[in-house]
Design a protein around this ligand. Structure first.
Ligand code: NAD
Length: 253
C-alpha cells in the first residue's frame, strides 16, 4: 500500500466509530500503520478488521483517554509494537446532556471534562515526549465549531471544546521549535453515532440543523478525516496552532 504516510505510525483515539474510524481508515489508505484506540472494544476491533481487509496494518488498544495510566500504557504499547509514533489524532469525545447551565450536575460536568478536555491533554502529555525523541511529529486534536462559539444548553461541551482549542494553541507554541506541529480540527455537524444520539433525544434538532447548515446537509466523517490527514501531512509543514473549521459554512454566518 503506497502513500504519503508509508512507514509512519499514526495513533487515532475514538477510532471505534464515526470521525475517528474514518480518520484511521484514511491514514491506512495512505500507507500508515494505524493504532486504533477506543474504550469500546467491539468498535475498535471492527475498525482494525476494516483496515486489514483493505490491505493495511493496524492493531487495537482498549484505552479510556480520561485515565492517565491507560494513556501512558497506550503510548508505551504503540512504541513497543510499531517502534515509533509519528502522528496522533486525539479525537475521542462524548456529547452533552443538552441542559441549561445551572441544571447540569457536577457528575455530568466532570465526566465530560475528563473525557473531552483532560483526555486530550493526557494524550499530548504522553505522545509529545516520544515525538520529541524522534525530532518530528504532527498531532491533530478534535475540537468542534462549539470550540469557537457558544450554543444554548451545552455549557459543558462548549467549554470543553473551547478548552481543546486553547490547549492546542499553547502546545503548538511550546513545541514549535522542536519539529512538532499541533493543530485542531473543528467539525460542524457530522453524521455519526454521536449526532444520531442527539437527534434521537430531540428529533426537531435534526430538521432545524439541516436548514441551519448553509451547505444544506450534514458533513460525513470522511470529509473531516481528509482535513486531519492533510494537517498531519508534510503538505501542512508551515501550519501549527491552527483550529481548522470543516463545517459546511456554519461559522461563515
Ligand atoms: N459528529 C459531530 O457532529 C461532531 C461535531 C464536532 C465535533 N465532534 C467531535 O468529534 C469527535 C468524534 O465524535 P464522533 O461524532 O465521531 O462520535 P462517535 O460517538 O461516533 O465516536 C466517538 C468514539 O469515542 C469513543 N470514546 C468515548 N469516550 C472515550 C474514552 N473515554 N476513551 C476512549 N474512547 C472514547 C467512543 O467509544 C466512540 O467510539 C468527538 O470529540 C466529538 O466531540 C463531532
Amino acid at each position: 500500500m503506497a502513500g504519503q504516510f508509508e512507514g509512519k505510525v499514526v495513533l487515532v483515539t475514538g477510532a471505534g466509530s464515526g470521525i475517528g474510524r474514518a480518520s484511521a481508515l484514511a491514514f491506512a489508505r495512505e500507507g500508515a500503520k494505524v493504532v486504533v484506540v477506543d474504550v469500546d472494544s467491539r468498535g475498535g476491533e471492527e475498525t482494525v478488521r476494516l483496515i486489514k481487509e483493505s490491505g493495511g496494518d493496524a492493531f487495537f488498544i482498549k484505552t479510556d483517554v480520561s485515565k492517565s495510566a491507560e494513556v501512558q500504557a497506550m503510548v508505551d504499547k504503540t512504541v513497543a509494537t510499531f517502534g515509533r509514533l509519528d502522528c496522533a489524532h486525539n479525537n475521542a469525545g462524548v456529547e452533552t446532556a443538552l441542559k441549561l447551565t445551572a441544571d447540569l450536575s457536577e457528575e455530568e460536568w466532570d465526566r465530560l471534562m475528563n473525557i473531552n478536555l483532560k483526555g486530550v491533554w493526557l494524550c499530548l502529555k504522553y505522545e509529545i515526549p516520544q515525538m520529541l525523541k524522534q525530532g518530528k511529529g504532527a498531532i491533530v486534536n478534535t475540537a468542534s465549531v462549539a470550540g469557537l462559539r457558544g450554543r444554548e444548553r451545552r455549557a459543558d461541551y462548549v467549554t470543553s471544546k473551547h478548552g481543546v482549542v486553547g490547549l492546542t494553541k499553547v502546545a503548538a507554541l511550546d513545541y514549535a521549535r522542536n519539529g512538532l506541529r499541533i493543530n485542531a480540527v473543528c467539525p460542524g455537524l457530522t453524521r455519526t453515532a454521536l449526532v444520531e444520539r442527539i437527534f434521537e433525544h430531540s428529533p426537531a434538532v435534526e430538521e432545524e440543523s439541516k436548514t441551519r447548515l448553509p451547505i444544506g446537509r450534514l458533513g460525513t466523517p470522511e470529509e473531516i478525516a481528509q482535513a486531519v490527514v492533510w494537517l498531519c501531512s508534510d503538505a501542512a509543514s508551515f501550519v501549527t496552532g491552527h483550529a481548522m473549521v470543516v463545517d459546511g459554512g456554519i461559522l461563515a454566518k
